[in-house]
Design a protein around this ligand. Structure first.
Ligand SMILES: Cc1cc2nc3c(=O)[nH]c(=O)nc-3n(C[C@H](O)[C@H](O)[C@H](O)COP(=O)(O)OP(=O)(O)OC[C@H]3O[C@@H](n4cnc5c(N)ncnc54)[C@H](O)[C@@H]3O)c2cc1C
Length: 486
């Protein structure tokens, strides 16, 4: 007679194995690390309380509600939108309080422990521990690194002067905002996406604003000159002075250590405030010191599940580099929406899930002066720089019926592969509806749609919200017509 069935044997074996594993783990934790409550399930640590880190914490909890999830941040707060800061400075949003999306208690309620103003100073992937300042090491089962970005160091003399504003932290922004009331003249260093928003904000605030940038036009690495032209005209109307093809050489100070101007390749500009909006670089020192692999952009290399080169370690947000959907070129320093979505995937997988983050096509958009500008994937200038053959199709259209009050201009420029006319990018400028078109064209590039598809697209026509002729369709029709008979 059999005493136990085969299933029972498997069950007993599994239980014994599980208990042994638990015992070994407890001994390891007791001996080598700070006490961790092992009764609550796996221990997931997230370094970073920005969009990526919070996305990761939420993603982990969604997959494994019993997991102990701890988020470390150097900041005093989490869950605020840094993206709104320029608009408070510009007085479009009345207060910084509006930028907080959740309060501290909501994380406690969600079972996520947030350690504020606490810096992780080292990661040891061999013992699976992180070092919390001078405290004892803390053990993790899975780690997510979401340490984000810093603005690139301008690398010129005078970097220690008072009056250099790196727009990022909301508490600091509150203090800077009070100071802006007394600022008469400001210089924005580089018309990057943040620079563009700050130029507009400072000008709205009535501050005499100058911008210096080594490129020949604003957003030189992202946008085409015919797209930013209208924005630049509207900055000029707001009194902004633009210094293109101009590099920063030095921050100039007075005897009390405050900035009094900048020295550039085209002369000195006096000012009482400098906004440093240089490009974003990944905060990768911690991960690099732990031996994690970085790529050509300096960002951490991750696989399709956001796992780094180290076992048990995932990453998300501006610390990572992600392949472009067209050709796989690595990109770093994407946007807050990318960071949050990557965090969700990294956190879910750190907790035992199996999610994928796909290559990106990067729809983008922003307000510049009185215009909205945006695009997706490649512009004409980038395609030329990459040596990619392409055809260009442009249409100047309108956002509503031409007789409807508030109708605005919309220019759409489509970039396509010669022959197949497959869409490889778009650039747009207009008074409204740019974001929606950028999102739609992002999907179109990803799906491999052609100018033929877009030329015959259906569109909403309703006088207050859309014109009879959709500018995307008109541009595509022109592109198709220009290629007929070739
Ligand atoms: C002014 C401004 C405007 C923006 N506008 C937009 C916009 O319009 N649209 C958009 O999509 N995105 C916008 N962004 C988002 C931005 O460009 C980034 O893509 C986004 O902030 C990246 O999120 P992240 O979580 O990867 O990194 P970050 O936001 O940089 O967060 C990094 C986190 O890591 C923590 N950290 C770093 N090192 C350590 C350590 N050693 N120990 C503990 N904690 C550590 C920091 O304290 C912080 O909590 C804006 C950002 C700013 C600052």
């Amino acid at each position: 007679m059999r005493l136990v069935s085969e299933n029972q044997l498997i069950y007993i074996f599994w239980n014994v194995q599980h208990s042994v594993r638990k015992l070994v783990y407890r001994v390891h934790v007791k001996v080598f690390t700070r006490e961790v409550d092992t009764t609550v399930g796996q221990n997931i640590i997230v370094i970073g309380g920005g969009g990526a880190g919070l996305g990761a914490a939420g993603g982990a909890k969604a997959v494994d509600p019993s997991a102990s999830v701890t988020v470390f941040t150097e900041n005093e707060d989490v869950a605020y939108s840094p993206c709104g800061i320029p608009f408070v400075h510009g007085k479009e949003i009345p207060s910084f309080e509006a930028l907080f999306l959740a309060d501290k208690q909501s994380y406690v309620d969600a079972g996520i422990e947030v350690r504020y103003q606490t810096k992780i100073t080292a990661i040891d992937t061999s013992t699976k521990t992180v070092q919390i300042e001078s405290d004892q090491p803390m053990h993790y089962d899975s780690l997510v690194i979401s340490t984000g970005f810093s603005y690139a160091n301008p690398g010129v003399p005078g970097g220690e002067l008072d009056g250099l504003y790196y727009v990022k932290n909301i508490r600091e922004a509150m203090e800077w905002d009070k100071r802006l009331d007394t600022v008469k003249k400001a210089v924005v260093v580089e018309a990057s996406p943040l620079g563009v928003e700050m130029i507009t904000a400072l000008a709205h605030r009535g501050i005499e604003t100058h911008v210096i940038d080594p490129n020949p036009w604003a957003l030189g690495e992202l946008a085409d000159p015919d797209i930013v032209e209208l924005a630049q005209e509207s900055w000029a109307e707001l009194g902004v002075t633009m210094h293109w093809n101009t590099s920063l050489q030095e921050f100039l100070g007075n005897e009390s250590g405050a900035v009094r101007g900048v020295r550039t390749s085209n002369g000195d500009i006096e000012c009482d405030l400098v906004v440093v909006a240089t490009h974003k670089v990944p905060n990768s020192e911690l991960a690099v010191a732990a031996g994690l692999k970085t790529g050509s952009t300096g960002g951490l290399i991750v696989d399709g599940g956001m796992q780094t080169s180290a076992a048990g370690v995932w990453a998300s947000g501006d610390i990572c580099e992600i392949p472009h959907g067209l050709g796989g070129l690595p990109l770093q320093g994407l946007t807050g929406s990318h960071a949050y979505a990557q965090g969700k995937v990294a956190g879910a997988n750190a907790a035992g899930g199996n999610r994928t983050y796909n290559p990106v096509y990067v729809p983008w958009g922003m307000v510049a002066g009185k215009w909205m500008i945006g695009g997706v994937a490649l512009g004409e200038v980038t395609a030329n720089a990459l040596g990619m053959p392409h055809v260009v199709a442009v249409a100047d259209g309108i956002s509503r019926a031409r007789y409807y009050p508030g109708v605005k201009k919309v220019r759409v420029k489509l970039i396509a592969e010669p022959g197949t006319l497959r869409l490889i990018g778009a650039q747009m400028v207009g008074g409204e509806g740019i974001k929606e078109r950028a999102d739609f064209l992002g999907v179109a590039v990803k799906a491999g749609l052609t100018l033929h598809d877009l030329a015959t697209m259906e569109n909403v026509y309703s006088p207050p919200i859309g014109a009879l002729n959709e500018p995307i369709a008109v541009a595509a029709q022109k592109g198709v017509a220009s290629q007929m008979g070739r």
